[in-house]
Structures are given as structure tokens and as C-alpha cells.
Design a binder for this molecule. Structure first.
Ligand SMILES: NC(=O)C1=CN([C@@H]2O[C@H](COP(=O)(O)OP(=O)(O)OC[C@H]3O[C@@H](n4cnc5c(N)ncnc54)[C@H](OP(=O)(O)O)[C@@H]3O)[C@@H](O)[C@H]2O)C=CC1
Ligand SMILES: Nc1nc(=O)c2c([nH]1)NC[C@@H]1CN(c3ccc(C(=O)N[C@@H](CCC(=O)O)C(=O)O)cc3)C=[N+]21
Length: 295
């Protein structure tokens, strides 16, 4: 059997189109959602992502600014920038690109962001609200994964889901969302005993480890839905400038076993950016006390 390839790129394009319509409707109420992205240092991959976030926000009709700071920026200067963005009425979403260069404390930075503008969903208020089922800003990548899963499977009730990876940005909130969708959730990580066997039990397998092609074809339950979050750049082949981008799943082997699978690139990555725009609209509507035009 060959798996259905889940087209995250096309799904994200459709979502951005619907979001652009909401932004246009909000303009009639005098609200323009505004996103501020903070990039510290010159990591080349981060530059690319931040560039696409800014471009896609603008294409959707939102206001978007990128604050580029040198890697040597003192913590106090970064916190001062966040305080000014918290106070800026044109800014509804603040995202500080992670990881930060050495010497900066990501936890302190996250705590400094106004939870109402925390479009990454990393502030303990948002993480806590997600955990107790209260309205929250939810991290973008897990939200995007849920949209793809719901589109592929419909109701997820009763499915056995395995999340590989337990980061605050991805694995933990993914587990919360699957639990809220009535899945039976297993969280796996680097200390998990017999990972292949845990994976083989899963109807839904979400991989977010950052290890190229770690999940093998024979770890996958036949017919399972596989969501590959990993973004790993392989070393360039001889004569090439850039290495290939691959996920955490051995795609070629997995697609022969899975029922449906996301590719890398073109799967979860584009959904992350679309969900960031979605969160920024949610934040703008809550801050202005207006209903979301899209419901
Ligand atoms: N597509 C997108 O939009 C996004 C993609 N990503 C990508 O997703 C991947 C994961 O990102 P992120 O969650 O931030 O990563 P982190 O590095 O923060 O977390 C990695 C997790 O994987 C676990 N892990 C590492 N090695 C193994 C192993 N050999 N066996 C089992 N578990 C292991 C770690 O376990 P432990 O806790 O025990 O150390 C940890 O929980 C990366 O490739 C990243 O680039 C991330 C965000 C967005
Ligand atoms: N505070 C914070 N929030 C994040 O959400 C965050 C972050 N920091 N740091 C880094 C990770 C990674 N991330 C991606 C976003 C889009 C693509 C994406 O669009 N990928 C495309 C291709 C990209 C390419 O070709 O290089 C795809 O998969 O098709 C990938 C990865 C967000 N992250």
C-alpha cells in the first residue's frame, strides 16, 4: 500500500486565503492585526523562516515588522524591546525566534512577553490554559498538525496517538491537543524504552525529535497516520551548495506502510506559518474585543 501524501503546503495556502478575508473584514472595523518578530543573531535557517513569516503576514494584509538584533545583544536590551512591543497598540503578536544565541535566557524572555500577545503560546499562562482546557494562544506547529489530522481523519476519538519529543514548543502542547481531542496519548522521548515498539502501537504518530530519518518504516503500524514535524538539513552532496531537507521519519520506507503521511518540505512547516497568522488575528480580536469574522 502507498500512503496518501498529506499536502500541508496546499492546506496552508487555503488557510492563508481565508485569513486574508478575515483581515479584510477586520479593516472595516478599524482593526489591522500586527505581528512583530524578533530575531537575535544570524542563524541562516532562522533568517529564512523569519523572512517567510514577514512576507506571508503582509500578503494576508497584516502589519508585520522584523526586529533584527546582533548576537551580542545584552539580555536587558532584548527585554526592553519586548516591553516596548508589549506597550505598542499596533502590535498584537510577538514572536521571539528560538533558539536564542548563548548568553540569553529564553525562559526570562518568554516570561516578559504579554500573554495576550504571545502568539507562540509559550508563556506559562497560555501553556497552563491549554492544559486546563481554557481559551489560550496555542503553539503554532501543534495547531497546524491538528488541522492536518482532523482533515485527514475527521473525529480522532479513541485513536492511540504517540508523540515523539517533549519540547515546550512542540511535543508537550501536541500531547495536550491530542488528549483534548479524546486520543489515548503516549509521550515518548530519549529515555523511552523500546521506542520502535511504542511507535508500532500508534494509529497516529507525530515525530518531533530533530533527528534525520530516525523513524524507520518498520516502526510504523500499517495504515497509521504519520505527521513528520522534523526539519533537518543534511550535509550537502558533493558539488552541491545546500544539503537536502528531510524530516524525522524515513519517508520513502514509511510511505509504503502508513495510511497517510506528511512530506518534508511541504507538510507541517507551511502550516506553522499559517497558524502564526491565525494566532495573530485571534490575539488582535481579543485585544480589541471584537468577534473573529471567520467565527
Ligand atoms: N515544521 C515546523 O514548523 C517546526 C519544526 N520543528 C522541528 O521539529 C524538530 C523538533 O523540534 P523541537 O521540539 O523544538 O526539538 P527539541 O530539541 O527541543 O526536542 C527534541 C525532543 O526529541 C527527543 N529526542 C531527541 N533524541 C531522541 C532520540 N534519539 N530518541 C527519542 N527521543 C529523542 C528529546 O528527548 P529528551 O526530552 O529526553 O531530551 C526532546 O524531547 C526539529 O527538527 C525542529 O527543527 C520545530 C518547530 C517547528
Ligand atoms: N519562537 C519560535 N517559534 C517557532 O515556531 C519556531 C522557532 N521559534 N524556531 C524555529 C522553528 C522552526 N520553524 C519552522 C517554521 C516554518 C518552516 C517551513 O516553512 N518549512 C518549509 C520549508 C523551509 C525550507 O525550505 O527551508 C516546509 O517544511 O515546507 C519550518 C520550520 C518554526 N520554529
Amino acid at each position: 500500500m502507498t500512503a496518501h501524501i498529506i499536502d500541508g503546503k496546499a492546506f496552508a495556502a487555503g488557510l492563508r486565503q481565508r485569513l486574508a478575508e478575515e483581515v479584510a473584514a477586520l479593516a472595516g472595523q478599524g482593526v489591522q492585526p500586527g505581528l512583530a518578530v524578533v530575531l537575535v543573531g544570524e542563524d541562516p535557517a532562522s533568517q529564512v523562516y523569519v523572512g517567510s513569516k514577514e512576507r506571508m503576514a503582509k500578503e494576508a494584509g497584516m502589519a508585520s515588522t522584523v526586529h533584527r538584533l546582533p548576537a551580542e545583544t545584552p539580555q536587558a536590551d532584548l527585554l526592553a524591546l519586548i516591553a516596548s512591543l508589549n506597550a505598542d497598540p499596533a502590535v498584537h503578536g510577538i514572536l521571539v525566534q528560538l533558539p536564542l544565541p548563548p548568553g540569553l535566557d529564553p525562559q526570562a524572555v518568554v516570561l516578559a512577553i504579554d500573554p495576550a500577545k504571545d502568539v507562540d503560546g509559550l508563556h506559562p499562562i497560555n501553556a497552563g490554559n491549554l492544559a486546563i482546557g481554557a481559551p489560550a494562544l496555542v503553539p503554532c506547529t501543534p495547531s497546524g498538525c491538528m488541522m492536518l489530522l482532523r482533515d485527514a481523519l475527521g473525529d480522532l476519538t479513541g485513536a492511540r496517538a504517540l508523540v515523539l519529543g517533549r519540547s515546550n514548543l512542540m511535543g508537550k502542547p501536541m500531547g495536550q491537543l491530542l488528549l483534548a481531542a479524546n486520543c489515548t496519548v503516549t509521550m515518548a522521548h530519549s529515555r523511552t524504552r523500546d521506542l520502535p515498539e511504542e511507535c508500532r502501537r500508534a494509529d497516529i504518530l507525530v515525530a518531533a525529535v530533530g533527528r534525520p530519518r530516525m523513524v524507520k518504516g518498520d516502526w510504523i503500524r500499517p495504515g497509521a497516520t504519520v505527521i513528520d514535524v522534523g526539519i533537518n538539513r543534511l550535509p550537502p552532496a558533493p558539488g552541491q551548495q545546500k544539503g537536502k531537507l528531510v524530516g524525522d521519519v524515513d519517508f520513502d520506507a514509511a510511505k509504503e506502510v502508513a495510511g497517510a503521511i506528511t512530506p518534508v518540505p511541504g507538510g507541517v512547516g507551511p502550516m506553522t506559518i499559517a497558524c502564526l497568522l491565525d494566532n495573530t488575528i485571534t490575539a488582535a480580536c481579543r485585544i480589541h474585543g471584537v468577534a473573529r469574522p471567520g467565527g
